[in-house]
Design a protein around this ligand. Structure first.
Ligand SMILES: C[S@@+](CC[C@H](N)C(=O)[O-])C[C@H]1O[C@@H](n2cnc3c(N)ncnc32)[C@H](O)[C@@H]1O
Length: 316
């Protein structure tokens, strides 16, 4: 029986609450199983997905200055590192000044971290790579155990997945584990025309749609559920008042889905949506407020030539 064979995942309660609430929602951390991490990597190479390319451009242009401003870190911790595709540039700039550095990529996805370790070990021989599999929901205690000065990276505009108050709570929790003088390098996507934003989250090849629907595939596998993936449409909407992209899966018909593991039956109306992700887009005052409300002082920001993406170095 499936109900007995499957282990109970740690996030079971979040999923059941999300699917049975009047406004259905799923946590976006669920995207990143092995297939999800691979699909995300594919997204970062799509012509429409300007974020990774633009952030990398800033790092390639400004890593030396960023590292000079940050000082010489004994440890670099990257939150939500994924496969760490952009990080080699920054680590290379650090080891040019100080021979070696400890690099701790932290992520919920073990497969992405495996790739990060291979990549950084090959590209930056002076980096001592120690991956940490962790869910941020469990806190940032591991930061307190590392030597200072520390440089914490949070790139890819991953902060944008949090509502503003949750983003501040998350950054405060990070700040509590840091000592004065430790630094945070935060990557943020900036507000821009929906003509650029919408295709970035709904590409012509449908890879982002596949990434979004993979959440249902994962629930089918881990909870013995029977989601029919073809009956859920990927939706990407720009919410101007909320300054965020909103991502949904929309049921194309009334239907019932059963999660055998928990015995939960979820009913969907025609065109009923499940909210799977927000991606906030920032302006400078939002960034300044977010950093100061969480106990950081902005030292300097770097932008690409179009001002589409920003990297902000802040001191604890
Ligand atoms: C948008 S991707 C960014 C990846 C990479 N930093 C980049 O810039 O391309 C978000 C990353 O955060 C990780 N992640 C999401 N939720 C997490 C959580 N609750 N705890 C730890 N890692 C998480 C995902 O596995 C994924 O690798």
């Amino acid at each position: 029986m499936i109900a007995r064979a499957l282990p109970i995942p740690a996030y079971t309660q979040e999923i059941i609450e999300g699917l049975t609430s009047p406004r259905k929602a799923l946590p976006c951390k669920l995207f990143y199983d092995e297939l999800g991490s691979t699909l995300f990597e594919e997204i970062t190479r799509l012509p429409e997905y300007y974020l990774t390319r633009t952030e990398l451009e800033i790092l390639e242009t400004s890593s030396q200055e960023i590292v000079r401003t940050a000082g010489s870190p004994a440890a670099v911790v990257e939150l939500g590192a994924g496969t760490a595709r952009k990080t080699a540039t920054l680590l290379a700039a650090i080891v040019r000044r100080q021979i070696a550095v400890k690099y701790l990529p932290v992520d919920i996805s073990p497969s992405a971290l495996g790739e990060a370790k291979r990549r950084i070990s090959a590209e930056v021989p002076g980096a001592l790579v120690r991956p940490v599999v962790a869910d941020f929901g469990q806190g940032f205690g591991f930061l307190g155990e590392l030597p200072s000065p520390k440089l914490v990276l949070y790139l890819g505009s991953s902060i944008g997945n949090f509502d503003l108050s949750d983003a501040i709570a998350m950054l405060r929790a990070v700040r509590r584990q840091l000592l004065p003088g430790d630094c945070l390098l935060l990557g943020t996507d900036m507000v821009k025309s929906p003509a650029i934003l919408l295709p970035a989250y709904d590409d012509a090849r449908g890879i982002t749609a596949e990434f979004n629907r993979n959440v249902l595939r994962r629930i089918n596998r881990e909870f013995g559920a029977n989601f029919d993936l073809d009956s859920f449409r990927h939706l990407a909407l720009w919410n101007k008042a909320g300054s965020r992209m909103e991502i949904y899966l929309e049921s194309s018909r009334p239907q019932k889905v059963t999660l055998k593991l928990t015995g939960t039956v979820v009913e969907f109306g025609n065109r009923e949506r499940v909210h799977t992700e927000n991606s906030y887009k920032y302006n400078r005052s939002m960034i300044l407020n977010m950093l100061s409300d969480s106990g950081f002082t902005l030292a300097k920001s770097w932008f690409d030539s179009r001002k589409w993406f920003g990297l902000h170095l802040a001191r604890a």
